[in-house]
Write a protein that binds this ligand. Structure first.
Ligand code: CMP
Length: 139
């Protein structure tokens, strides 16, 4: 079943010049780009996006990191896109990520972990709508 998921290329990976490599992996893995934009989140936008983590001890640093530079938000579409993209990303902590995954290749640590991906169909819908309107989604 065709499914959509939200990907974010985070400030660390943008700064390090990995946008092209990551987009290329999406295409190789059959994750079709249906919307994409580069932006820099304000503090309140980052807090809103990560609201579910508000009570976590790392929340303040996470918001600081996510606002530290431009990000690229992308809507991906494929059969089973959510799980497929999560497998491509690898574990949240790059030290635990499998070889060849985006986080193993491009992440520095559990916070500066290069990419984000939605974890459920419900959150994918919320996260896609956070960055894109229906008119932005192609196909
Ligand atoms: P992400 O998949 O975007 O979802 C929540 C983010 O919080 C996560 O990636 C990391 O950037 C960050 N994060 C998760 N766990 C930790 C942790 N233990 N310490 C610091 N940051 C974390």
């Amino acid at each position: 079943m065709k499914q959509r998921t939200l990907s974010i290329i985070k400030p660390d990976a943008v700064k390090a010049g990995y946008i092209g490599d990551i987009l290329s992996r999406f295409q190789k893995e059959g994750l079709h780009i249906v919307a994409m934009r580069m932006t820099q989140l304000s503090q309140s936008q980052a807090e809103g996006f990560y609201a579910v983590h508000r009570e976590r001890p790392f929340f303040g640093e996470l918001v600081e990191f996510m606002t530290s530079g431009p990000i690229v938000a992308i809507t991906l579409e494929a059969d089973d896109a959510i799980q497929g993209y999560r497998t491509l990303m690898g574990a949240t902590d790059p030290a635990k990520a499998d070889e060849g995954t985006l986080r193993k290749l491009y992440a520095s640590n559990v916070q500066n972990n290069a990419v984000h991906g939605s974890d459920s169909p419900e959150n994918a819908q919320i996260e896609i709508a956070y960055f894109f309107s229906a008119l932005d989604l192609v196909g």
